[in-house]
Design a protein. Structure first.
Length: 320
């Protein structure tokens, strides 16, 4: 990568990064990205609750973060885009308007929403030919037997929306498992069942930025736990994935439309398969495990994207 002095806009002025986060101090990921962007230009933390939208019949649409017009920024990085405070629906609409008005926003809103929706993620991965476990979503109790028959037993029940492994359960196609599935369906209105991949309590997290895997680690679940997440006591080791794994991870992120993503891969009896694609991954754990800097990788990627944008007219001297 070129040195800090090589990053400029309009032939010399530094790039202007806006990092959208409601937690610029509390969240280690936010601190990391702000620090990395500041090393390449100017970095401003933008609170989701500060965004304002003005609609004028003569002048069109104007968007601001507090007193700062969005035109003050060459690229907006949508990191922790909801709260605290304000109205989430207004914030989501504002991000969509930003993109529709031609501002460079990464990750894009549609990609982030797709990544949080298990059904949408599975459909996009399958459509792109990325290996992912069979899954079924049902809304009627009478469809549960066919759902178990389709995905097998045991199956993983997940909330359709969410991340970090919250709310997942392993259910068997027996009286107890079917009763639990029926209760979950009643509580949620629908149930998402995914085929269980027997990976021996281990999976891989590959961190994709642009068209590269920047870092990867193997995660091992704590005792008596399905999930391998480090936040609940999982143990991580750096790995160096082969070409097949790297290509699968990049294709998965690309299928969802994400500029950066945490792609979770299990190695099961049929080979590697993508379990999740996280569009808002924290990277404190993978940074610590691999001694790499994902914030820096994302900042450089954002600079390259800005450089390619005809709207911003940016220049990254000596860039890749």
């Amino acid at each position: 990568m070129p040195g800090e002095e090589g990053v400029g806009r309009d032939g010399g002025a530094k790039l202007r990064f806006g990092v959208v986060t409601g937690y610029p101090q509390e969240d280690p990921t936010s601190r990391s990205l702000l620090r990395a962007c500041a090393s390449l230009g100017t970095a401003t933390a933008l609170a989701p609750a500060s965004i304002g939208v003005e609609v004028d019949g003569g002048d069109g649409i104007r968007l601001r973060f507090g007193q700062l017009p969005v035109e003050e920024f060459d690229v907006l990085l949508l990191l922790r885009g909801l709260g605290p405070g304000g109205d989430f629906d207004v914030q989501l609409l504002a991000y969509r308007l930003l993109e529709e008005e031609g501002h460079l926003v990464i990750n894009s809103l549609d990609a982030l929403l797709s990544a949080r929706d298990k059904l949408r993620t599975g459909a996009l991965l399958a459509r792109a030919g990325v290996p992912t476990p069979p899954a079924v979503v049902v809304q009627q109790p009478g469809d549960l037997a066919a759902a178990f028959a389709r995905v097998g037993s045991p199956a993983i029940a997940k909330p359709q929306w969410g991340s970090l492994g919250d709310g997942i359960e392993l259910l068997g196609d027996d009286e107890r498992g079917r009763a639990r599935a029926a209760r979950l369906l009643e509580e949620r209105g629908a149930i998402y069942l995914q085929a269980f991949v027997d990976h021996g309590g281990r999976d891989l997290r590959l961190f994709v930025v642009g068209d590269r895997v920047e870092a990867a680690m193997e995660r091992r679940a704590p005792p008596d736990e399905l999930r391998t997440n480090l936040q609940i006591g999982g143990v991580a080791t750096e790995i160096h994935p082969d070409r097949e794994l790297r290509e699968i991870a990049v294709r998965a992120a690309r299928a969802i439309g994400l500029d950066w993503a945490g792609v979770d891969v299990a190695i099961g009896p049929a080979g590697p398969t993508v379990l999740e694609v996280n569009g808002s991954p924290g990277w404190e754990g993978i940074d610590r495990t691999t001694r790499r800097d994902m914030g820096q990788a994302i900042a450089w990627h954002a600079a390259r994207r800005a450089n390619e944008s005809t709207e911003s007219g940016t220049r990254v001297e000596g860039g890749e």
